[in-house]
Every structure is written in structure tokens, then in C-alpha cells.
Ligand binder design. Structure first.
Ligand code: NAD
Ligand code: GLY
Length: 343
């Protein structure tokens, strides 16, 4: 797995950090229009200071940039700038920049190295780790992509200081997810002190949970699917809302719907739902949606986790413990309907 560094202020040392790891001449830094003005110069100066040639590209911010047009635009830009197989890309930004850049790196010249420099909580605790890269297509989220591990992940928690509150909340959804699937201790910490503790420790704990799972199932054929808790419904809601509902918000709603249904079916104690709903509220995330169960179900039929007529869902069984459960796709509608309301 990739080397992961978490340290406040580390951005200005990026050039030296990558020196021992990558024998490259050029770094192509890809960022978005919000992040580039804040951190682009620090990163470029650090890489230039270590002797590299740096070229930079800025994409519009937001989920809509995770698309085929931006993907090909970047490939073309790399080729026009004579980026070769012995060069590398840097993804400087949130999950959108990371997923898109990772997929460009996985495919440009049939694969070049890349470094993740995540600048959102979500990207630090989740998307920059584990090597899933990709783009959205009109039929659905993340339907085109590749597994391509970054050579290094460099998290600078200082960058979180400029994050808008609602974007920080999106990351909280993935932190809650990690607690729900594998860590009662993390849930207790979040209940007691929320995100007031040392953020670097929270990031490190979450990366540990994700890394342990990914090391056992890098290519997502079994245990890794646990990391998709709340995501089948979440991706459907993102698509239905034309990405007005953010990834973190949609995942929070998805986790709540599945957990409500699991409680009603007697599969997990009501305490699981109570803790989840308290944390979701505390983080300013939604627990419900106005989309109907039928709309969500229809939008979820294209989910990657579907295999023919079956789909694997992630079901809470105890506080801090989820299991995978294969079900006929048709059963999902009943789960969503049941999980839409508390009664
Ligand atoms: P994002 O990348 O769109 O970033 C959210 C917003 O924050 C953007 O407007 C961005 O410009 C801004 N921003 C980023 N860093 C900033 C900073 N430090 N200061 C100020 N503004 C900043 O969204 P996200 O929530 O980071 O990522 C969501 C994406 O991640 C989704 O596409 C989702 O599918 C993907 N994801 C991927 C994985 C994976 O394993 N690959 C896992 C989870 C989520
Ligand atoms: N975020 C899901 C995964 O990395 O598998």
C-alpha cells in the first residue's frame, strides 16, 4: 500500500518527501479553482525547490468535473506538455480532484505514477486511500474507473482550516461510516467529543480502519464492500438530485435508511440507529430525503455492487459492526421503503 504522511504544515515539504520515492522529472499538478489559489503555489514552489519541472492544470470545482470531458481534456494536456511514463501527477484537492486525477494517471500512456494530496476531510479519511479512481457518466456515479494506487498520500490537516463547514460535514459522514462498520471505539469518541480532539489523530484512526480492510481485499470482491455502507442509496440520491445533494449528505441518508430498515427487521439493536442519528445530526448532515423509495430504487439499479439479479448490501448488526448481505435486487425496494420512516 501507499506510504501515508499526516502532518500539519507538510505541504511545503512535498518536494523533499517525494524525492526518495519517485525518480521523475516533471510533476503535473491537477487541482480545482478553489484549492489551486490557496495551496497551488506552496506545492509548486516545494516541487520546483526540489529540482522538478512543474506544470499545473485547474479544473472547475465540484462533482460535475468528474466527467469524460475533463478526463480527455487532461489526457490531451499531458500529451501536449510531453509528460512521459517516467513523470508523475499530483492530485491536489478533494475527492473529485483525487478520483479524476487518479483515473487519468491509471490510463495516460497505460499508467503513470501519482501522488494524492487531499485537502478535504473526506479525501483525507477515505478517497485518497485505497486506489479507487474514476469518473461519473450520465448513467451513474463512478461507473467508469480503475484501481490505481497512489505512490504516496500526503495529508496536511492545516488545509482543513479553509474548508467550508458543509464540506467538512461531508467528511464526517465517511468518519461515521468507518465507526459504524468497524469501530465502536470511534463512535464513542465521536459521541463524547465530536471533532474537537486532535484532527490528525482522527484522520490517522480512520485511515487505519480503511487500510486494514483494503489490504485484505484490494479489488473489492468481498470485505472492502463494507466501505460502501450507505452508498447504494447515497449514489442514487446524488444522481436523482443532479449532484445538488453532496456525496457526504447522500451517504448519511443512505446509512440512516438501511439502519432504520435493519432495526425494523430485528437485525440490529435500536441503539445502532440512535447513535447513528445523533452523530448525523451533530455533524449537520441530513437523515432523510424527499425522494420516494421507488425513485431511489430505480436510480440504484445501475449500482456497481449489483451482480445480475442480486446486490450486496451492508447491514448493521451491532454497534460498530456491519455485515455484507446478498439479496435479490427486488428486495432492495422493500428495504428502502421500510427505512424511509421511523414508524
Ligand atoms: P470535492 O472534491 O468536490 O470538494 C468539495 C469542495 O471543497 C470543492 O468545492 C473544493 O473546491 C473545496 N475544497 C477542497 N479542499 C478545500 C480546502 N482545503 N479549502 C477550501 N475549499 C476546499 O468533494 P469531496 O467531498 O472532497 O469528495 C467527494 C468525491 O469523493 C465524490 O466524487 C465521491 O464519489 C468521491 N469519493 C471517492 C472515494 C474513493 O475511494 N475513491 C471515497 C469516497 C468518496
Ligand atoms: N470508499 C469505498 C472504497 O474505497 O472502497
Amino acid at each position: 500500500m501507499s506510504e501515508i504522511i499526516i502532518k500539519s504544515g507538510v505541504l511545503k515539504n512535498l518536494g523533499h518527501l517525494v524525492e526518495g520515492l519517485l525518480k521523475v522529472k516533471t510533476f503535473a499538478v491537477i487541482s480545482d479553482e478553489n484549492v489551486a489559489p490557496l495551496y497551488g503555489k506552496t506545492v509548486a514552489d516545494s516541487l520546483v525547490g526540489a529540482g522538478y519541472r512543474v506544470i499545473s492544470f485547474t479544473i472547475p470545482a465540484g462533482e460535475k468535473s468528474k466527467c469524460a470531458d475533463r478526463f480527455f481534456e487532461l489526457q490531451n494536456w499531458l500529451a501536449e506538455n510531453h509528460v512521459t511514463r517516467s513523470d508523475a501527477l499530483v492530485a491536489l484537492g478533494g475527492g473529485v480532484v483525487g478520483d479524476l486525477t487518479g483515473f487519468v494517471a491509471a490510463t495516460y500512456l497505460r499508467g503513470v505514477a501519482f501522488v494524492q494530496v487531499p485537502t478535504t476531510l473526506l479525501a483525507m479519511v477515505d478517497s485518497s486511500v485505497g486506489g479507487k479512481t474514476g469518473i461519473d457518466i450520465p448513467a451513474g456515479k463512478n461507473l467508469v474507473g480503475a484501481f490505481h494506487q497512489p505512490k504516496m498520500v500526503v495529508c496536511d490537516p492545516y488545509t482543513l482550516k479553509t474548508l467550508p463547514a458543509e464540506v467538512f460535514s461531508d467528511g464526517c459522514a465517511e468518519v461515521i461510516k468507518h465507526g459504524m462498520i468497524r469501530s465502536k471505539g470511534l463512535l464513542s469518541t465521536l459521541e463524547k467529543s465530536g471533532f474537537d480532539g486532535e484532527i490528525a489523530d482522527i484522520i490517522a484512526e480512520n485511515i487505519d480502519i480503511k487500510r486494514t480492510i483494503v489490504q485484505r481485499d484490494e479489488f473489492d470482491t468481498g470485505e472492502r464492500q463494507l466501505l460502501n455502507f450507505g452508498h447504494t442509496i447515497g449514489h442514487a440520491i446524488e444522481k436523482l438530485s443532479d449532484f445538488e445533494v453532496s456525496h457526504g449528505q447522500a451517504v448519511a441518508i443512505g446509512m440512516c435508511i438501511i439502519t432504520r430498515a435493519a432495526v425494523k427487521k430485528g437485525l440490529c439493536p435500536v441503539e445502532c440507529l440512535e447513535i447513528l442519528e445523533r452523530l448525523v445530526e451533530k455533524c449537520g448532515l441530513p437523515a432523510k430525503t424527499d425522494f420516494s423509495a421507488e425513485e431511489i430504487y430505480e436510480a440504484a439499479l445501475g449500482d456497481k455492487k449489483r451482480m445480475g439479479d442480486t446486490i450486496t448490501e451492508i447491514i448493521p448488526r451491532e454497534v460498530g459492526f456491519c455485515e455484507l448481505q446478498k439479496m435479490p435486487v427486488s428486495e432492495l425496494l422493500e428495504w428502502i421503503t421500510s427505512g424511509q420512516s421511523n414508524t
